[in-house]
Design a protein around this ligand. Sequence first.
Ligand code: ZN
Ligand code: ZN
Length: 266
Amino acid sequence: MGDELRLTVLGARGSVPISGQQYDIFGGATSSYLIEAGEHAIFLDAGNGIINSPPVDEDKNITILMSHTHLDHIIGLPFFPELSKKDRYIDFYGADIEGHSIAKLIEEAFSEPYWPLTIGAYPSNFHYRQLKLPMTLGDDIEITGVKLRHPGGCIGFGISYKGKRIVYLTDYEMLDEPDEEVVEFSKDADLLLCDAQYLDEEFASKKGFGHSTISKALSLFKMTGAGQMLLVHHDPKRSDEELMKLEKTIELPNVRFARQGESVVL
Ligand SMILES: [Zn+2]
Ligand SMILES: [Zn+2]
């Protein structure tokens, strides 16, 4: 239990939340993942999936790491249950974007006339932190980062705990080949999460949108020697039926599309 590194998929839908019975299995909530390691609960992104967070034990430290601030990665923040708990301490990390601090970016995104309450005004004890990688949490969690090709930029994260490692590469557009430094960064991860929004035949019209194809994610996986991979950032229109059909064509036993609500324990 104490050595466990656990990831729970709170939301893996790309670009925009979606609902309907055709999305029941893989889910319609946008990017958010919970990593539990020792005394730490680490959230990757705050899409509306973060609303699905189970209650976090009072004695656990909450850290939120932001890959970037596109809407689908921040819209869940005002509804994050822990934000409304008085005295709940939350560390929120994000990089500066074009000279603007993460505090400014988020406080402006959630303010009148777009939203009635700023995030800092919620009852929790909420702290904006400038993301500087690598960094450590407590004695035994190490967090590293890699730059990903995406409009406006995006950060891929590596989270290591007691010899195990999760790598999170959302919102990443690979060109013909996976980028060398991303392959190097992802080497031997126990669990890799990778953007696989598009099909090969869709990519020509989606070039420059900042997302990868399933086949490119599979090439990356093979080059890294990672233990297993969850494909994430599902295209908003891709139904359960289509995702399951696509999944059957993947000939690697350790690769599947992330299902909202599932946990992987390492
Ligand atoms: Zn996104
Ligand atoms: Zn994005």
